[in-house]
Design a protein around this ligand. Structure first.
Ligand SMILES: Nc1ncnc2c1ncn2[C@@H]1O[C@H](COP(=O)(O)OP(=O)(O)O)[C@@H](O)[C@H]1O
Ligand SMILES: [Mg+2]
Length: 291
């Protein structure tokens, strides 16, 4: 059976013939629908480059990337932009929020660009974030259920935006501009913007890098929930073993190549975390992206 994503021998070179950097060096792997895959590796090992090629933000130097049966390395710019819009959510390492828009407007913009707005149903958002808002204030309750389909686009956008702000615990900063909030809050906004359209594939570059451990845990639980209940496939770059332990499988990159893979299987998260730490200690343990 064909995998959901097949990465076939991709390479990315930067520079000119006299001074070439091989950022990604003949990487191949596949991802099945509904997997939650982590990518770990030291700074400069090619994690962002790899993710950007999967996100179609960057073109491969050679090789092919198939999403289901489509080779995205062969698509035109127009086809790529449709593909991105219909399938992908992306969390950038440096957030990429629009500075002239408030936190709420950044999210609304992402929703506005969609042809059809999907309202997050209560059973999909589950209990996540419930601690950040009293039950009585949760607008997702009866309001979104069966009535969701009869709502106009503007109402759907408002509902979806409210729900995702609540889910990520950033309702209280909705009116603020990115420069008025902390790095962790910007990061949660970037995640909210990527998640609000319920992408089939979520690509996240160090999404917990600026978060304290509690906020990181909430975000990872949100990812896990999205992965389990909405069957979203997730690829997450991280240098943090705790974050990686939420994944079902981890690919370890070094010098642009995959050198190891870990599969969680039926192991507890704690056990998996120990295995990850063991691999890191074998490779010198220094995966921090903080220069
Ligand atoms: N736009 C670029 N131009 C030239 N070199 C680049 C560019 N982007 C990344 N690189 C180089 O490619 C390698 C991999 O970078 P990157 O994918 O950002 O690594 P990571 O995300 O693992 O830290 C590094 O050596 C980096 O300096
Ligand atoms: Mg990076």
């Amino acid at each position: 059976m064909q995998s959901y994503i097949q990465i076939c021998d991709i390479e990315k070179y930067y520079g000119n013939p006299s001074n070439v950097t091989k950022a990604v060096d003949r990487v191949s792997f596949s991802v099945e629908k509904g997997e939650f895959v982590g990518v770990m590796g030291p700074s400069g090992s090619g994690k962002t480059t790899l993710l950007n090629m999967l996100a179609t933000i960057d073109r491969v130097t050679s090789g092919h990337i198939f999403y289901e049966n489509t080779d995205i390395t062969e698509l035109s710019e127009n086809a790529l932009s449709d593909f991105r819009k219909n399938n992908l959510g992306f969390v950038f390492q440096d957030y990429n929020l629009l500075d002239t828009l408030t936190i709420e407007e950044n999210i609304i913009l992402a929703l506005t660009l969609q042809d059809e707005v999907k309202v997050i149903k209560p059973e999909e958002s589950g209990n996540l974030g419930a601690s950040s808002a009293p039950a009585g204030r949760r607008r997702s309750g009866a309001a979104t259920g069966s009535a969701g389909s009869s709502l106009g686009k503007r109402q759907k956008i408002a509902r979806s935006c409210d729900e995702i702000l609540r889910l990520l615990g950033i309702e209280d900063i909705r009116e603020k501009f990115p420069y008025q909030v902390s790095g962790g809050q910007k990061q949660r906004c970037a995640c909210a913007r990527a998640l609000v359209n319920r992408p089939k594939l979520l690509l996240a570059d160090e999404p917990t890098g600026a978060l304290d451990s509690r906020a990181a845990q909430t975000l990872l639980e949100t990812f896990t929930h999205l992965n389990r209940t909405m069957e979203a496939t997730i690829l997450m770059v991280t240098h943090d073993a705790f974050s990686a332990s939420y994944c079902g499988r981890i690919l370890f990159l070094k010098d642009g190549k995959i050198f190891h893979e870990l599969i969680r299987g039926e192991k507890t998260r704690k056990r998996f975390l120990q295995e990850i730490l063991d691999v890191l200690s074998l490779t010198g343990g220094e995966l921090s992206d903080v220069e």
